[in-house]
Design a protein around this ligand. Sequence first.
Ligand SMILES: [Zn+2]
Ligand SMILES: [Zn+2]
Length: 149
Amino acid sequence: MSSSNTMTGACFCGNVTYDVINVNAETLDGIICHCKSCQRLHTMVSYNVALDKDQLRLTKGEPKMYEDFHADSGKRIVRFFCGDCGSALYSYPDSMPDKVFAKAGSLDQLERVIPKVEIFVERVINGTTREAKARETTLFEGMMAKQLS
Ligand SMILES: [Zn+2]
Ligand SMILES: [Zn+2]
């Protein structure tokens, strides 16, 4: 494997940074989420990478935390973001207690993230459905409740 097994991430202003350790693959699977929370928080979709909880280590700063009880999954999601610039950084969904979802856009090595699945596509904002097909991702209603493609 040629790529480093450590990746780095940061918020827009750089006050919060983190490392992703023990990356044992050349690429990481990107998960695009169309849920209502992600639409409100991220204006269209959120683009995430699922990691084991202990793979993510803060290296600088202290992000703010928001407990999201409005998720379409019905389970709490603890969302972390920079209190200075507002960038979303990562979240811990109660539905997957051993996972952390890093916001792909906060990663420095974005070329290593490949879109793989899209969830809550029944909520997709007008204009993104055809783009989703072009991405050749696997589409799901809900949190992978029903596979569409
Ligand atoms: Zn910031
Ligand atoms: Zn979402």
